[in-house]
Ligand binder design. Sequence first.
Ligand SMILES: C[S@@+](CC[C@H](N)C(=O)[O-])C[C@H]1O[C@@H](n2cnc3c(N)ncnc32)[C@H](O)[C@@H]1O
Ligand SMILES: O=C(O)C(=O)C[C@]1(C(=O)O)C=C[C@@H](O)C=C1
Length: 252
Amino acid sequence: MQEIPRLVLNSKKDELFASKQYPKPFAFNAEVAGVFDDMVKRSIPLYCDVTTYLGDWALDYYKAGSHIYDIGCSTGTTMIHLAQRLEKPVTFFGVDNSSAMIAKAEEKLDHAPEQHRYQLICDDVMNVAISNASVVIINYTLQFLPITQRLALLQKIYDGLCPGGILFVSEKVRFDNPQFQETSTKIYEEFKERQGYSRTEIEKKKEALDNVLIPFTEQEHKDFLGQAGFSHCDSVMKWNNFMSLVAFKGYS
Ligand SMILES: C[S@@+](CC[C@H](N)C(=O)[O-])C[C@H]1O[C@@H](n2cnc3c(N)ncnc32)[C@H](O)[C@@H]1O
Ligand SMILES: O=C(O)C(=O)C[C@]1(C(=O)O)C=C[C@@H](O)C=C1
């Protein structure tokens, strides 16, 4: 039975929204990159569980010599985790349009296992080619793309996946039912308070994310994945307003 390594998370504490000046609109700039590992662990429910869980899925679908893409790789946490767990040599591509995040990912990958190759690409994912992929991960990133680009990206991912490959998508989602949306928002904000964020920090971040993070519903994700060509997709994890889906590219 494989020992699951702890995630490599090493940043300063996220207090960005406690100070007078904070990133508004929210942007993945150097300030955010400097606290990101703490921010994401305290702002995304089950973040560590999702990342180790996607490793379980990748183990079942990755192929030696293929490519594994992490789109919106941020500080490289997912890449280094997969690299530590996948034995057969692959090439990892980390894509992120924030140079500050890519710089953090380069630092993290300095200690990555040597049987794999690593390519970090600092560019808009819409400009990046995807090919020979057995596994593609896009966690908490699609939600930051303009809605008009999302289907085209999913189609590009589908085209770049090998038959039998998978896409692992995690996102913040919204509920169609207004009452459920209200309840899930309340539960999420209480989650953040339990992680040590003040009401002021929570409100300021919410304001900064307005029109920057645009969540789909679970059904919208499934519809887009179907339209992109995936023969099968299922939600594999969900807590309140955060979920993960796996989409499979068939052999036909
Ligand atoms: C919430 S973070 C992703 C978290 C990361 N996947 C993880 O699990 O640790 C979203 C990331 O997507 C990147 N991003 C946003 N829009 C992008 C785009 N169009 N192309 C490439 N990267 C993008 C941001 O710079 C940021 O690092
Ligand atoms: O919705 C919020 O308040 C969040 O903080 C969510 C979220 C995300 O889902 O990406 C937003 C920005 C950070 O990357 C960390 C978490």
